[in-house]
Design a binder for this molecule. Sequence first.
Ligand code: ZN
Length: 434
Amino acid sequence: MVIRGEGGYAQAEIRRRNLSRMLRELHLSGPMSRSELASDLRLNRSTVASLVGELAARGLVWERSRTKGVPQSPGRPSPVVELRRDGPGALAIDLSTDWIGAAVIGLGGTVIGSTRRDRSLANTDPAQIVNELHGLVGPLLERVGDGPRVVSIGVSVPGAVRAEDGHLHHAPNLGWRDVPMGNLIRERFAYLGVPVFVGNDADLAASAEHLRGSGRGSNDFICLWGEGGIGAGFVVGGRSLAGSAGYAGEVGHLTVDPNGEACHCGARGCWEAEVGEEALLRRSGRDPLGGTRAVADLLSAADRGDEVALAALSASGRWLGIGIAGLVNVFNPTRVSLGGLYARIYPYTREAVIRELDSRAMPAPRAMVEITTALLGANTLLLGAAELALAPTLYDPTLVRLTGESPRADHDRWRPVRASRVESDAAQTQPARR
Ligand SMILES: [Zn+2]
């Protein structure tokens, strides 16, 4: 807790918290009138006016009249407070098993521009991939020139990531081990002079889906995500579950059959070895390394009623249901969302998944849980990466300097200690544009 020492310290912290609540409300709910903000945030009108004034002075919001046609209460028309399009934004990066993606995303989750190159990342050189990414990002940034100012970079990777510095410990499906991903990106994009945050794909998918998609309104939510393999992001009691260093959620490597197939992680009989893309393709008689194209071929065969394809999907669905039943028993979620490969195959695996869930999960938690698919589509990981990158700005909007404001001597004094990355964000944030 930060309330100690002199009164100004506590005052500044209360102010910081209210600015954060207001910015987050606009970030998640879109434009709102001052009176809506006052009632949602339980603040009085003069406090709301003062907070809106400060967010505007920092170049984060502006006020405009409501669009014509929107019904208004009688009396003076109430202007709405809205996030500025040229406010702070993130460069979001998605390194998936089968593609490299990037986007510029503003506060509010607005995708201003995006780009993607389809190519397999399996057994590639990470430094080479970061070079290719650099080649994609240059034209993207040029295209969105008058969009948000990029104040940080968020990166999604399909592997176990150390939250502190973005060190990628292991990405089994890429064959990458001990890759200093945070540093590689930081060095290659040094010209932007912004901090870099790296996260696990399933964790970022869970974050995006929880805030804006299939997990909205659920405080106990699991998002299963993967293209080649499978991982999970957990929201427990409204908070995301990271584990002590950020490695939590590697459900793909739960042992489901001690004598089962070999897994890319080096163990045997992992859940991923049964539900992953390779297992699905192998069961259907296709090249296990055929990637998304082979899966698309498999699904069109299933649409034509091909029995081998349908049987392969059903077998994968059975294993999927077995794993989900275990997660339901452990976490008692209200919603489990399937994303990536698992969303695409769900129409074909649903029956088997539900059958296993019904027979293996305990009746009470089973009755409470709904199985659904991710809603945010191809942008899910990019939105999650942007959420990670913009977290410091949302936590402390005063990191965005007032026009003409120089770094204050007392700027760091009352800021909670929250990893040096937040400090470096403060140092990098440019004065707000007019
Ligand atoms: Zn494994």
